[in-house]
Each structure stands twice: as structure tokens, then as C-alpha cells.
Design a protein around this ligand. Structure first.
Ligand SMILES: O=C(O)[C@@H](CO)OP(=O)(O)O
Ligand SMILES: [Mn+2]
Ligand SMILES: [Mn+2]
Length: 579
């Protein structure tokens, strides 16, 4: 008896040891038979830098960008285009433009995951959303409290989509919500400027419909996404505070009877009015009382599926211990995010749809294989090369092997005011990291094409692209000095197209006053990828058998360039060594 017991025990010990061994083995990347190890690899992501018709509305084409132009001459062996939008990055359709979250997720994870937009679509269409724990949690407040929705009023599909909000409101009403308040953030960044009017009209009509069915449903507050609530990476907490005051406290410098009146009056008052920077406003009743502050016993849903610009608000709503601004009054609420926005912080704790499970990212593999990584950008893009790159996971995998450096972004300005942004500082930090010999991978994001492109200011965007090009040169020079390798790419298009075009002719579209319609959003354009540097062994070239490759093919490429085979389930590497 005892010996059987002992055999079993020993057996299980051995099995456990085997399992551990297997786990460890899983993480070890085999050495590549052709690509050597030990060459510093610089990875540069030009944010918002796509390939488009080379005309006067293409800021990258107009800009003087000798470094990027020289890389292009390496085509087709060392320069090519890859997909950065639609299904290639896990978005619902090929009509969906790319964005930083899905772009950097794909770059870092080496595989295509169904992204938030798609997961929410399916949770809504199957009705699964209304049966989950997150929904039950907010539902507990429906009988006595108000249900508040806070999010981006847009159909851009980058942070949110209006049809999802519609389905959510309807579903909540059908499942018992009796009082609903909307706290809207106007867009103008993923959609054309001043489309806020159209979205507010649509929302008012949907709320009227709900009221007909006995639901007390109203817009309670509003503000522009870049000035109210949707800051990211803790660049400027004042942005979140402005939103808090309007949404929670029911206080704002501007008070109106309706959201449409708010937009119309604010625009009439200020010739520079635009959707992105609309000041905060509160809707009041005839007695001047805010119609929907967030109170004890209420439920709150942040309906954006994208993470970065919801995390700060999620912290303010969820953390008992919070010192970023004076919340004045902290209501006891049931709060759920559309998704969980940060997998490491488990923030928020309750959510309506489970986020994509982006695991085994390249960053984690590199750390497990002892490679040393340096990642850097300025605040507004810092999380892109860290948090997004690592599958929406904050923090380091290994603090002995990784260094993440954030350069503080300018605060309180629109980036056309200082279009150079911190590109040269990022270039300098990358240079130092490369020359130090302390890192195997040095990874940066250069924000100009995107952040300045979003302002719609052509001249400033041209300047910004030139600054980014200079930073690329600084990095390439350092790579040259240490005999390293570079991989330069982008996460999606933006600066290469500054006007809305007729899809058939490619000519710019005019608005009703005859002015060219400015495009502030991302695009569906492919993006360049270039490799090179003295560390690249002879005869390395891009494969020609992957014409539809996208951002997800970059991680395996990078692992090869570092001397490793990529995991078998990663999208294939773009490079080969010719015979
Ligand atoms: O600024 C943002 O939030 C988006 C556009 O909505 O841009 P990016 O995906 O490049 O971060
Ligand atoms: Mn981007
Ligand atoms: Mn952008």
C-alpha cells in the first residue's frame, strides 16, 4: 500500500518536473540557422506614416524626408509595403482604418487577434453581453439608480462606434434600465470635424425613441475628446478633471438646455471651435439644475472599447486611493468598462466584454530569452511601444533586462503649435541606448506624422514629418556605428493624406462652402517597412511570397534579425536569406 502511494507521489513529482521543463522549453526560442545573434536591432515605428498618392495633399511627399526616401530606394529587397488596417490587424472589416492600439498590438504580438471592436460586435449580436457578470453588476442599479454612459460619440471605429452604443442603450432598456444619462465626447479626429452635430441629432432621436418607451433618457454633459476626459498615459490630468466635474459633479463653465444648443452656441462664440477641443458643458433643466450628475447608487459604463484613453477615467472612477486631482465627491457606483482596459492592473474590475487575450508577445519572449530591451517615446505615444506593444499590459516583463523611457510631451497645446514634438529627443535617447551596447533591441515610436496629422494642419504636418525623418537618421547613424540592424516601419496611415478624397477619382472633396474637406483621421493606406544596417548579413531580402503581409508579420521578422526562430504560431517572417 505504502509503496503504491509512494510510487504515485513520486510519479506526480516527476510529472510536475516534466511540466515545468516543458513550460521553460516553450519560451526558449531556437537559434536561427542563418541569422546570427548579437547584433543590436533598432526598431522605429513612425506613427501615422502611410503610403499614398504623391500629391500636394500628401504631407510626407511634400516634406523633405531624405532618410526615408533613401530607404525606399532599397525596394523590393529591403523596402516594401505591408497592411496596417482592417482584418490584417483584427478589425471587423477592411473598411476599418488602422489605429495605434491594433497596430502596435499586431507589431508586438506577431499574430492577429480579434480586436475590441469585433469582440463587442459579436457580444452584442449574440446577446452574450447582456448575460455576463459585468452586465449583471450594472443591472443591480437599474431599479433605483441612473445608468450613465460615458464615451466617444463617433462611428470612427477606433475608440467606439455609435451603432454599438445604440445597441447597448436598447439592450439596457430592455433589461430594466429606467433612467439613462449620456455623457458624450465629441470626436473630429477619427471622423470629419463638426460631425458632432450629426451624431448629437442622431442620439437625440434615439433617446426620444427610448422616452416613448418609458425610459427617462437624456444627454447630461459633453465636451471634446482632446480637452475633456480622453487624455492618455497621464499626460495631463486636467483633461480628466474637466470631464469629472461635468459628468460626476454636474459642473462646467457652460450650461445649456440641450447638447445641440451647446454645440451651436459654442461654435458661434468661437471661430476656432472644433469637435476635438469643444469645451465641457452640462445640460440643465428649466430651473438651472444639472440633469444627470453621477450619484450614489448609479451605474456607469464607459462605452469605448479602446483602452488608452479610458484608463485615466477608469482610475478616477474606480480607485479609492486617488490623488491626481480633487474629485470633491466620489459617488458609490457600479462601474463597468466596455472592455477591461489594462490586463495587468485588472482595470476596471468589471467589464461587459472580455478583451482579446493577447499573450506570448514578442517582448515577453525576448525577456524570457535573456535579451535586453530599451523602449522609448514621448508621453502621448509612450504606452504605444510599451503597453500596446506588450498586449495591453502595463509594466515590465523583467526589470533587469528592460528599460522603458518616457519623455514628457508638451501639455495643453495642439501639436501643430510645436510640430517637431520630441522627435529629436527620442532620437537622442535611442542613439545613446544603441551606442551604450547595453541593449539587444532598441524600440521607439516617433509621433509626428500622426499627432500633427490629426490637427489637419498641412504646413505643420510637413514640418513634423521632417522632424521625424531627422530622428530616423540619428538612429540609423547610431546603428551604423555599432554594426547593428534597423527595421523602420509605421503603425497606420495618417500624414500621407490630409484631405477627404473622392474614392473613384482620388480628387479632394469639397464641403458645401466649396472648401476642401480636411482629413484629420487615420487612413486605410499600407505602410512601409525597411530593413538594413551593417549588421544585416549578405543576401537577406524580403520574401516575395507574402504579398498580403501586414503588421503582424513584423514580430517574427524581428526575431529572425535577432538570430532566433519565431514561435510556430506567429505570422511568418518577412525575410529570407537568398541562396
Ligand atoms: O489619438 C488617438 O486616440 C487615435 C485616434 O483616435 O490615434 P492613434 O491610434 O494613432 O493613437
Ligand atoms: Mn498610431
Ligand atoms: Mn492617431
Amino acid at each position: 500500500m505504502a509503496s503504491i502511494w509512494l510510487t504515485k507521489l513520486l510519479g506526480s513529482c516527476f510529472r510536475r518536473a516534466d511540466d515545468v521543463e516543458e513550460k521553460k522549453h516553450d519560451w526558449l526560442l531556437p537559434a536561427h540557422t542563418k541569422f546570427p545573434k548579437g547584433r543590436t536591432l533598432a526598431i522605429v515605428v513612425l506613427d501615422g506614416w502611410g503610403e499614398q498618392i504623391p500629391d500636394q495633399y500628401n504631407a510626407i511627399h511634400v516634406a523633405n524626408t531624405p532618410t526615408m526616401d533613401a530607404l525606399k530606394k532599397g525596394a523590393p529587397e529591403h523596402w516594401r509595403l505591408i497592411r496596417a488596417h482592417g482584418q490584417a490587424v483584427g478589425l471587423p472589416t477592411d473598411e476599418d482604418m488602422g489605429n495605434s492600439e491594433v497596430g502596435h498590438n499586431a507589431l508586438g504580438a506577431g499574430r492577429i487577434f480579434e480586436q475590441g471592436a469585433k469582440l463587442v460586435d459579436s457580444a452584442l449580436s449574440t446577446g452574450k453581453l447582456f448575460h455576463g457578470n459585468g452586465f449583471r453588476y450594472i443591472q443591480e442599479c437599474f431599479a433605483k439608480g441612473t445608468l450613465h454612459f460615458i464615451g466617444l460619440l463617433s462611428d470612427g471605429g477606433v475608440h467606439s462606434r455609435y451603432d454599438q452604443l445604440q445597441a447597448l442603450m436598447k439592450g439596457c432598456a430592455a433589461n430594466g434600465a429606467r433612467r439613462i444619462r449620456l455623457h458624450v465626447l465629441t470626436d473630429g479626429r477619427d471622423v470629419l470635424d463638426e460631425t458632432s452635430f450629426k451624431f448629437v441629432e442622431q442620439l437625440e432621436s434615439d433617446l426620444r425613441e427610448l422616452r416613448k418607451h418609458g425610459v427617462d433618457a437624456l444627454i447630461a454633459s459633453g465636451g471634446g475628446r482632446m480637452y475633456v476626459t480622453m487624455d492618455r498615459y497621464e499626460n495631463d490630468w486636467n483633461v480628466v478633471k474637466r470631464g469629472w466635474d461635468a459628468q460626476v459633479l454636474g459642473e462646467a463653465p457652460h450650461k445649456f438646455k440641450s447638447a445641440l444648443e451647446a454645440l451651436t452656441s459654442l461654435k458661434a462664440e468661437n471661430p476656432k471651435f472644433n469637435d476635438q477641443y469643444c469645451p465641457p458643458f452640462v445640460i440643465v433643466d428649466h430651473g438651472g439644475k444639472a440633469v444627470g450628475p453621477i450619484l450614489d447608487g448609479d451605474a456607469v459604463v464607459t462605452f469605448n472599447f479602446r483602452a488608452d484613453r479610458m484608463i485615466m477615467l477608469a482610475k478616477a472612477l474606480e480607485y479609492a486611493d486617488f490623488n491626481k486631482f480633487d474629485r470633491v465627491r466620489v459617488p458609490r457606483i457600479h462601474y463597468a468598462g466596455m472592455l477591461q482596459y489594462d490586463g495587468e492592473l485588472k482595470l476596471p474590475g468589471k467589464y461587459l466584454v472580455s478583451p482579446p487575450e493577447i499573450e506570448r508577445t514578442s517582448g515577453e519572449y525576448l525577456a524570457k530569452n535573456g535579451l535586453r530591451t530599451f523602449a522609448c517615446s514621448e508621453t502621448v505615444k509612450f504606452g504605444h511601444v510599451t503597453f500596446f506593444w506588450n498586449g495591453n499590459r502595463s509594466g515590465l516583463f523583467n526589470d533587469k533586462l528592460e528599460t522603458y523611457v518616457e519623455i514628457q510631451s508638451d501639455q495643453g497645446i495642439t501639436f501643430n503649435e510645436k510640430p517637431g514634438m520630441k522627435a529629436l529627443e527620442i532620437g537622442r535617447k535611442a542613439q545613446d541606448a544603441i551606442l551604450s551596447g547595453k541593449y539587444d533591441q532598441v524600440r521607439v515610436n516617433l509621433p509626428n506624422g500622426d499627432m500633427v496629422g490629426h490637427t489637419g494642419d498641412m504646413k505643420a504636418t510637413v514640418f513634423g514629418c521632417e522632424a521625424a525623418d531627422k530622428a530616423v537618421k540619428m538612429i540609423l547613424d547610431a546603428v551604423k556605428k555599432v554594426g547593428g540592424i534597423y527595421l523602420v516601419t509605421a503603425d497606420h496611415g495618417n500624414a500621407e493624406d490630409m484631405v477627404k478624397r473622392n474614392p473613384k477619382t482620388g480628387q479632394p472633396l469639397l464641403d458645401k462652402d466649396g472648401n476642401i474637406q480636411i482629413l484629420t483621421s487615420h487612413t486605410c493606406a499600407p505602410v512601409p517597412i525597411a530593413i538594413g544596417g551593417p549588421g544585416l548579413i549578405p543576401k537577406v531580402r524580403f520574401r516575395t511570397d507574402l504579398p498580403h503581409a501586414g503588421l503582424a508579420n513584423v514580430a517574427a521578422t524581428m526575431m529572425n534579425l535577432l538570430g532566433f526562430e519565431a514561435p510556430a504560431d506567429y505570422e511568418p517572417s518577412l525575410v529570407e536569406v537568398a541562396n
